[in-house]
Design a protein around this ligand. Sequence first.
Ligand code: IPM
Ligand code: MN
Length: 372
Amino acid sequence: MNLKIALLGGDGVGPEVLAQAVKCLQSVEVTFNHHFTYTAAIVGAHAIEKTGDSLPDSTLAICKNSDAILFGAIGSPKYDNDPSAKVRPEQGLLKLRKELGLFSNIRPVRVYQSLIDRSPLKKEIISGVDFIIYRELTGGIYFGEKKLSEDGTVASDLCEYSEKEISRITHLAFKAAKSRSGKLTLIDKANVLESSRLWRKVVTRISASYPEVALNFLFIDNAAMQMILNPSQFDVILTSNMFGDIISDEASVIGGSIGLLASASIGADKAMFEPIHGSYPQAAGKNIANPIASILSAAMLLEHFGLDEEAQAIHLAVENAINNKVVTPDLNPKSNFGTNYVGDYIANSIVDTDEFLNLNDENIGLGKSTII
Ligand code: IPM
Ligand code: MN
């Protein structure tokens, strides 16, 4: 298959982790005989410094001209700590999602058995957790009208949803639930918010077309508690933009590191793939960031184009690295393995598992330091 892939590294550790995902895609090209072409473009704080714009027109054009986008991370402390900044890195990502119509953000959450002790939660609570969050991505409070009074003392953000916006992602979530264990949980705040009541109405109506899926509802405050008390109750979660943003960071704690969580943002004709973590500026350039979320985002890209065997090869290579403790310090504080080494290890093991395992067992045995 030929694919045109735009590479938007962005800020902080974004470019470093993205580079590891690209290595893995290149291994897939070689192993499975595909041809991917990559075009790099700037976005975020990095782009503001260069052009004054967090999403330059040239970057948007490259994305529109690609089959898929691999995204790194966005954000910089310089802007986080300055509420009066007129231009913000995050605007670039939000504009990209909106312009490309990426309404459905899919975030799988699972527990790797060999990392079970890394989670701050008890083993018996998290064992076997495997669910997917469907987060609406181009509507709601993120995109509603924003106001600030002239004297700067009153501000508001409108949370607006239309039936159309709710129903298109709802169908995707029901289809996913149908192909999994048949359970869909809508998370909202329908006891308070009018927009949540519209979600319930639309989702309930659509559920009639998916009789094999059991639909249930949770208020976001209760859901936040259930996520810690009993996360294995979830299979497919459907929720609005803001609730999905918050609950997915919370869910990342279950697996032991936010550095493991990948995501796909899907629209009618474009798709973008990115880790759910932020730009982690403290780690930028230190070769310590976990590349697995970015690598698994590349696997989601392959799945999106029906390349299931190829995606599976990435999953196996990631599991292999985790099982052999070839992981960054977030997953093993004693680890000397850096971002690059973990990326190489995973990419190489896609190409030739047997040969690679021998080679690296040797390195691991020698306790080779690979961070720098
Ligand atoms: C995410 C991020 C973004 C969001 C930020 C960087 C705008 O937190 O993808 O979860 O809030 O959607
Ligand atoms: Mn987030």
